[in-house]
Ligand binder design. Structure first.
Ligand code: PAF
Length: 325
């Protein structure tokens, strides 16, 4: 492995973030970028029509290589795993054709439920995590609206081999060449939890109140729940010895202000009648809280409320209620 930028990249999952990353990378190295999609019809559409990026009212088109068959892509230097947390378990085995011992896989999921799933999986290559506050909104297959610049942190899940470190530096170089702000962290877990605390405070509440992020600050009841949910999750992080940044409530409120007009990813999921990431966010905090004997009644309330919303539209197979409720 080397610290030169990777030459071949596969982006797995053409959701909002996957499409945004594909467009920014296409701008610098179009022919080496593949999109892998489990949905063969949509993959054919993306291969035929390409991707559309809307940014500040300007529209740009990008040609892309897209497929539902990982064998067509073959081994790549870098895999960007952008599927939502609930789909991770079924996606990982399909990535085998993409990975060699020299590949680097970066997982971009929200929440913390992906961490044990990734740790369990024995894949070739090095396993890394990416935590980003880039904003993106999908407005059609392969059509993404840029939702705001934000920093991205990269790091390894667990101990990295000395050979894997240059590959992470190489990936960071590639993203910087594409114009992203990227930091490589010696320990990525605090960043994972800093973002988790923000999602704990915003995502479920925007789905429940069906409002934009900024509107949470206008409703006294919602703001009270936001504070309580974030403080519960912060107690869990502290009990686990994770060095989260100070004042997570103030940071969550600042994100509500900075993204005031955004529709959160969870409200987008509820509107599109998709499975949400509630289990990976408030559900995962609740599970850790129960394990550690910490009270988390507000996270329990938010978890149950979003599960009730999902129950209204998901097929029975997706209604997974953890034993704890
Ligand atoms: O999941 C999301 O929507 C985003 O992480 C955030 C920060 C809540 C902004 O909408």
């Amino acid at each position: 492995m080397r610290d030169t930028p990777p030459k071949t990249v596969a982006i797995v999952g053409p959701g909002a973030l996957g499409c945004l990353l594909a467009t920014v990378l296409c701008r610098i190295s179009g022919e080496k970028i593949w999109v892998l999609d489990h949905d063969s019809q949509r993959a054919a559409l993306l291969q035929h029509s390409g991707l559309v990026l809307e940014r500040d009212g300007q529209i740009e088109h990008f040609s892309i290589q897209a497929t539902a068959d990982p064998q067509r892509i073959g081994p790549v230097d870098l895999v960007l795993l952008c599927v939502k947390s609930p789909s991770l378990g079924q996606t990982l085995p399909s990535l085998l054709p993409l990975l060699t011992k020299n590949s680097l896989l970066l997982a971009w999921q929200n929440g913390i439920a992906h961490l044990p799933v990734l740790r369990r999986e024995e894949l070739s290559g090095a396993m890394g995590l990416a935590v980003t506050s880039l904003g993106a909104h999908l407005f059609g297959p392969g059509k993404v609206r840029f939702g705001g610049a934000g920093a991205t942190s990269l790091g390894f899940l667990g101990e990295a081999s000395p050979q894997a470190r240059p590959a992470l530096q190489g990936a960071a170089k590639l993203f910087r060449m594409a114009g992203l702000t990227v930091r490589v962290e010696a320990d990525i877990l605090p960043q994972v939890w800093n973002k988790l605390l923000i999602n704990v405070g915003i995502n479920a509440l925007t789905a429940i109140y069906r409002c934009e992020n900024g509107a949470l600050l206008q409703k006294a009841e919602a703001l009270g729940l936001l504070r309580a949910a974030v403080l519960e999750a912060a107690s869990v992080a502290k009990a686990k010895g994770i060095a989260i940044a100070p004042d997570p409530v103030a940071r969550t409120i600042a994100v509500c202000q900075a993204t005031a007009g955004n529709i959160s990813s969870m409200l987008q999921d509820v509107r599109a009648k998709r499975q949400t990431e509630i289990e990976a966010i408030n559900g995962a905090v609740l599970e850790e809280a129960l394990r550690l004997g910490i009270a988390a009644p507000v996270n329990a309330e938010l978890f149950a409320a979003v599960k009730a919303l999902e129950k209204g539209y998901l097929p029975v197979a997706n209604k997974v209620f953890p034993v704890l409720l």
